[in-house]
Design a protein around this ligand. Structure first.
Ligand code: NAD
Length: 260
């Protein structure tokens, strides 16, 4: 498939997990990529891995913390300088924080989760939307979570940030739809990435595999999701095919969020 030929897509949090899986799917389909991450070493490994699999991919890689406004403005400017336009933004970088009840939550970690998961996504919108508005075209996918649809025990800033991402997504759809820009969010359930592996470590430090197996049993599919299963939905939302889908938060969770 070459449906992303000549499309320029920015992916934040591209070095690992969901961002990296999507980068590979889009590279296979011909996209030009700006890969953004604050982990310089992993970003370089990710870029090399993509180039070894898809050698003709044009890639700009930028080390940036999405919670730093100047760094976000810079990754947008550098993308326009390199490729002349921005067709899609996968606003994906995020962290989970620690597991603790509301009254015991570390306030500094609370603020950090909000800074990255909410303000980082907002900065992405703030600087990419004007470029897309001039083009009269754009596709934005923000990353919420099933924790943006309902509560998750002991993850108060994460849940607050992801509900807010879902809300911002609706606003972007309303305010920028007239410029040919669609904005959607995805709400993954538990997908096997380094972030989720760390969560199982925190839930059961003695036996994280047991925590993972127990969690999978709750899911209607009796398994966790794979990053590639998320990447294919994201690719659809970033493609021309999703032209009349906007302001939605789409769960990718094996159906688990329907459970009472
Ligand atoms: P991950 O930890 O495996 O990868 C996240 C990547 O983002 C890493 O490369 C990390 O270095 C980067 N990153 C983190 N903070 C950053 C920052 N401030 N600036 C730049 N880069 C930063 O995580 P993942 O599981 O791939 O999660 C990606 C997104 O998906 C997050 O927003 C997460 O909340 C969301 N999500 C994941 C799951 C899941 O099950 N994996 C479920 C729901 C939502």
């Amino acid at each position: 498939m070459t449906d992303f030929k000549n499309k320029v897509i920015i992916i934040t949090g591209a070095a690992m997990g969901l961002g990296f899986a999507t980068a590979k799917v889009l590279a296979e389909r011909g996209a030009k990529l700006t890969l953004v991450d604050y982990n310089e070493e992993s970003l370089s490994t990710a870029k090399n891995e993509i180039l070894s699999e898809y050698p003709s991919t044009e890639i700009v890689s930028i080390v940036a913390d999405v919670s730093n406004e100047d760094a976000v403005k810079n990754y947008v400017d550098e993308t326009v300088k390199a490729f002349g336009r921005i067709d899609g933004l996968y606003n994906n970088a995020g962290i989970e924080g620690r597991q603790a009840s509301i009254t015991e939550y570390d306030v500094d970690i609370f603020k950090k989760v909000i800074d990255i998961n909410l303000t980082g996504v907002y900065y992405g919108l703030r600087y990419v939307l004007p470029v897309m508005q001039k083009q009269n075209y754009g596709r934005i996918v923000n990353v919420a979570s099933v924790g943006g649809i309902r509560g998750v025990l002991n993850q108060v800033p994460y849940v607050a940030s992801k509900h807010a991402v879902s809300g911002m997504t609706k606003n972007a759809a309303l305010e920028y739809g007239r410029y040919g820009i669609t904005t959607n969010a995805i709400a993954p359930g538990a997908i096997l990435t380094p972030m989720v592996a760390e969560a199982f470590n925190q839930i059961n430090p003695e036996n994280p595999k047991k925590a993972e197996t127990e969690y999978a049993q709750i899911n209607p599919t009796k398994r966790l999701g794979l990053p590639e299963e998320v990447a294919k939905v994201v690719a659809f939302l970033l493609s021309d095919d999703s032209s009349y889908v906007s302001g939605q938060t789409i769960a990718i969770d094996g159906g688990q969020s329907n459970m009472y």
